[in-house]
Design a binder for this molecule. Structure first.
Ligand code: EPS
Length: 396
């Protein structure tokens, strides 16, 4: 087999997706390819995740306009996948207000954006893509795109459910206010009705207070969220090669979310200050003679593979770069120092990012499952999974 055909083979068996669409264009779309045929699709569950992403104390005016709903344009018939690419669409209601300025054809209309925002893609994107209006960059770098990641992730969650896998998230820090993790029962995560997807009421009130003051000051806030994947079978990913390691894929997927600046797995950065005896999860035998752990500091990943414990990831989101009290910058047309442009934006979107983190984790775990048990039909994938699961459960 030539390298070319080998690579094609790899790509064809892979679960993958791309998104398209501008923040104020007519709609956003995603194409998800590689899902086996025969997976029942619940569109209401997709919409429920889209609604969760729109929530959050500190969101801006845009979220009052949008009511994100997913439509399916291909790949599903009578509520079941048929093996072909699944196309999802979310309409931008704000398009009505932007039709002329975001028109695909015709002469440019409206004022250009020329004052770059520090921390956004504005300045580098404008130069790299040789544009004359920063809007050509900000429309796509906007986190509006994450609506499609959430829609794709929601479909992946339905695939994962067939294997007993569940992905949840919670916010653990906003603007320096931290949740007391020792007081949190992680098994309850996934059940909150909190505005900030936070499970520590006292911390949540303080977070809201910080968001209120940041908004008053024309400033923005970032934070940290945690994603937990439960029920992941052992042995997804591999120690064999750098690009097959599941921890690398998860970290990469998390870093791909707009405004994320750091990721840690399990104890993560805290490991730097601890001796090995306080970091590694000792292995015991339970009453039935099965290997078990009493701690999960590894965050469910050892040697680039899932080890059967919960996968625990945390990601840090920087404060949103669009400030109402703008920072020093340059005007790209006049090439002089100015204050950055003020676009309508959010004060804090960490709770929205947590839902996106869930979606990206669900996608990566679904991709790893497809890679390991891949098949064209759900029945085949499930029977490969059950045979493997039986073997590894029996293995001593
Ligand atoms: C964003 C700017 C704001 C946010 C947007 C991300 O949009 P607008 O410019 O329309 O006010 O609300 O987030 C979303 C639209 C969304 O759906 O999350 C940005 O510049 O990144």
């Amino acid at each position: 087999m030539s390298i070319g055909s080998h690579l094609r083979g790899v790509l064809m068996s892979e679960l993958r997706f791309v998104t398209a669409g501008e923040s104020h264009g007519p709609c956003l779309t995603a194409v998800l390819e590689g899902l086996p045929a025969g997976l029942p699709i619940d569109l209401e569950a997709v919409d429920a995740d889209l609604a969760r992403r729109q929530q959050g104390y500190g969101r801006g005016g845009r979220m009052k306009i949008e009511r994100d709903r997913a439509e399916i344009l291909s790949g599903v018939r009578f509520g079941e996948t048929i093996g072909s690419p699944v196309t999802l669409r979310v309409v931008n209601r704000d398009w009505e207000n932007w039709k002329d300025r975001m028109s695909a054809m015709g002469e440019p209309v409206g004022e250009k954006v020329t004052a770059a925002r520090p921390g956004h893609a504005d300045l580098t994107g404008y130069r790299k893509y040789a544009r004359r209006d920063i809007r050509d960059i900000l429309e796509r770098s906007s986190a509006r795109e994450t609506a499609m990641r959430v829609a794709v992730g929601a479909v992946c969650k339905q695939f994962l459910k067939a294997f007993g896998v569940e992905v949840v998230s919670h916010v653990v820090n906003i603007g320096g206010v931290s949740v007391d993790l020792s007081g949190i029962d992680r098994s309850c995560i996934g059940e909150t009705d909190s505005d900030l997807n936070c499970y520590d009421r006292a911390a949540e009130e303080e977070m809201k207070e910080r968001i209120r003051s940041a908004k008053e000051a024309g400033d923005t806030l970032g934070g940290i969220f945690e994603v937990i994947a439960r029920g992941v079978p052992i042995g997804l990913g591999s120690h064999i090669q750098w690009d097959r390691r599941l921890d690398a894929k998860l970290a990469g997927a998390m870093m791909s979310i707009q405004a994320i600046k750091g990721v840690e797995i399990g104890e993560g950065f805290a490991c730097a200050g601890l001796p090995g005896s306080k970091v590694h999860d000792e292995i015991y035998l339970d009453s039935e003679g099965h290997a078990c752990r009493r701690t999960n500091r590894a965050g469910g990943l050892e040697g680039g593979m899932s080890n059967g414990e919960d996968i625990v990831l945390r990601a840090v989101m920087k404060p949103i770069p669009t400030l109402m009290a703008p920072l020093h910058s340059v005007d790209v047309e006049e090439w002089k120092e100015v204050l950055a442009c003020k676009e309508r934006s959010d004060t804090c979107a960490v709770s929205a990012a947590s839902v996106v983190g869930e979606a990206m984790t669900a996608f990566v775990v679904a991709q790893a499952l497809c890679e390991k048990f891949g098949g064209d039909a759900m029945v085949d994938v499930l029977s490969a999974f059950r045979a493997y699961d039986e073997r590894v459960r029996e293995a001593r």
